[in-house]
Design a protein. Sequence first.
Lengths: 113, 115
Amino acid sequence: AQSVAQPEDQVNVAEGNPLTVKCTYSVSGNPYLFWYVQYPNRSLQFLLKYITGDNLVKGSYGFEAEFNKSQTSFHLKKPSALVSDSALYFCAVRSGGNTPLVFGKGTRLSVIA
Amino acid sequence: GAGVSQTPSNKVTEKGKYVELRCDPISGHTALYWYRQSLGQGPEFLIYFQGTGAADDSGLPNDRFFAVRPEGSVSTLKIQRTERGDSAVYLCASSLGGSRTDTQYFGPGTRLTVL
């Protein structure tokens, strides 16, 4: 069975500092990895995805994520955090066949001015 | 262009009642998904439609839940004999096709409260 772990419920970072939101996964077969963001009272918005190719994926709003096969990780990063990045972030994975998209529990990011 | 829309945005019902939740996907998207999100959790898969047919309903928790998509566009999630444990936000998503690499785009959700 496939699964996603987001080990941190909450991440706090000062504005202007780099941020990392961690995600590890477990699948049989090749993983297809996604990051979504949920702002307060809004629905999930797609940020980026890894399908194949370059391990560093660039997405919306200056976010990027690095796929690491040996560590089964897909951490979300941004070089300089903004207060407006404060939101709930979800990592998700899908594997082969018709397996559904499986989400992690989410990590709440708080960027402090 | 218009995104995924869901109605109603909020639904309050009493235990034992029947409810219907509606999803209108992005125009041209053939795949449609229903998820349920409880407080403090990520979305959990319920059912997936490719066109008019349910390609995967393995996430439906029991036979009180079922969903239809009769014309391959709008979908309705139906819950019979609602229970307090059904209270959650029900999310709908659509994607261009059903490929595992396709991005799913989510609607705003319907918050269901069962009293």
